[in-house]
Design a protein around this ligand. Structure first.
Ligand code: ZN
Length: 409
């Protein structure tokens, strides 16, 4: 048994945590005395960061795999199919572990990853299923069967998704706006919902990741999951086009999203980089309506999406950076908004992933992180680091605080 004291727990008045057998035994104040007591020095304590949208089979493929010369988006996209054909399991594994390290070493303990299953050998999927099991003491991984090249841009695409679900993928993915015609995009949405029901899997679709305000696959996805009563199991990722739709349409849809209880994920750094490319000025931001979703009580989380892949050259697994960019781009910085902004990289992502043992509840695994500040406002303002990550009551890592230096001014 061990006791953590002087913990400024996010959205709680409790300052003390007692852990036994890797689980939260007690959370409160003036708890019983323990021999093993750890002083967290009034630092801010959060549940671990959640990254609910990351392509772990692509990480570092831009600089290490593709041998990019100019580093432009178009060069990388042209190289990708060739690269994909020659995927080696050992290389996929090495790169994925590097990406996981980036994230876990900065406070993430939950990753939902899209794995491209338009590879009949399922090389990356097999690697990821192994890693999920091997690394379960360090982090939880959810795997999406993601058809990067679509279900109907060639024959057999849909069946590969089904096969991946049979092999153990947790979530059905899709990319309807990339299908060759609207009809095929709609067909893929029906397939996604049917596969979810058939195999009892969650849904997470790359949905309407375009500036085209007429891309309306989100509307169909929402209607189907509403009718089937599986909205809470469903996430629409990106939905950039919804940020370009007009208000009369958007407000009608808010009501329908509330009825279905569907979740949303926005990838702020990725979409600000990729969208608006055909705009002159004014130039759109390419983000979905994050601020309005929050105001309407519709669940939305932020995610990293890419680390150095053909779609986005940067990325380092630092969720504070994602939060920082996201709250600027979505303009969510009123005092009340800032007090709740950490939800976007913690509880909201956990809700998308339907993590039922997440957060500070008695009996849950004792998983939490410690930030290098005492309160939410200063932690966000200073974009502070995670100085400790605790999993099942044990330190995954601990690092020095930046305030250890002394500077005379
Ligand atoms: Zn993605």
């Amino acid at each position: 048994m061990k006791k953590f004291i002087n913990a400024n727990i996010y959205k709680s008045n409790a300052k003390e945590i007692i852990v036994a057998d890797g689980k939260f035994l007690e959370i409160g104040n003036n708890l019983r005395v323990c021999d093993n007591t750890i002083d967290l020095k009034n630092k801010l304590v959060l549940p671990p960061y959640v990254d609910p949208h990351l392509h772990l089979d692509y990480v570092y493929s831009l600089s290490e795999g593709l041998g990019a010369k100019t580093g432009t988006l178009f060069e990388a996209i042209a190289l990708w199919p060739k690269f994909k054909k020659n995927l080696k399991a050992s290389e996929v594994r090495e790169r994925a572990i590097k990406g996981i390290y980036d994230e876990v070493s900065q406070g993430v303990q939950y990753i939902r990853t899209h794995i491209d299953v338009t590879d009949p050998n399922f090389t990356a999927l097999k690697v990821m299923l192994d890693l999920k099991e091997e690394l379960k003491d360090k982090l939880d991984i959810q795997i999406i069967a993601f058809p990067q090249e679509g279900m109907y841009t060639y024959k057999g695409g849909r069946d590969l998704v089904e096969e991946a679900l049979k092999m153990g993928a947790d979530v059905v993915g899709g990319i309807p706006h990339f299908e060759l015609a609207r009809e095929f995009g709609e067909k893929s949405i029906h397939d996604i919902v049917n596969l979810s029901i058939k195999y009892n899997k969650l849904i997470d679709v790359h949905c309407d990741e375009t500036d085209d305000p007429n891309s309306r696959f989100l509307e169909l996805l929402n209607a189907l999951v509403l009718m089937e009563g599986i909205g809470e199991m469903t996430t629409a990722s990106h939905t950039c086009s919804f940020g370009s739709a007009d208000n009369s349409y958007a407000y009608r849809m808010f009501d329908l999203f509330k009825r279905s209880k569907m979740n949303f994920i926005s990838c702020p750094t990725e979409n600000i980089y990729l969208q608006g490319r055909q705009d002159s000025y004014p130039k759109r931001r390419g983000l979905t309506r994050v601020k309005e979703f929050l105001e309407e009580g519709i669940n939305i989380a932020f995610a990293q999406d890419s680390i150095n892949d053909p779609w986005y050259p940067l990325g380092n697994g630092n969720m504070m950076n994602i939060l920082d960019n996201g709250i600027h781009l979505a303009q969510i910085m009123s005092p009340n908004e800032i007090e709740n902004d950490f939800d976007l990289i913690t509880y909201n992502g956990a809700k998308c992933m339907m993590l039922d043992q997440y957060g500070f509840k008695i009996g849950n695994p004792a998983n939490f992180i410690v930030l290098d500040e005492n309160n939410v406002f200063d932690a966000i303002r200073k974009r502070v680091n995670v100085i400790a990550s605790i999993r099942n009551g044990e330190y995954l890592f601990k690092r020095e605080t930046k305030y250890d230096i002394k500077l005379d001014l």
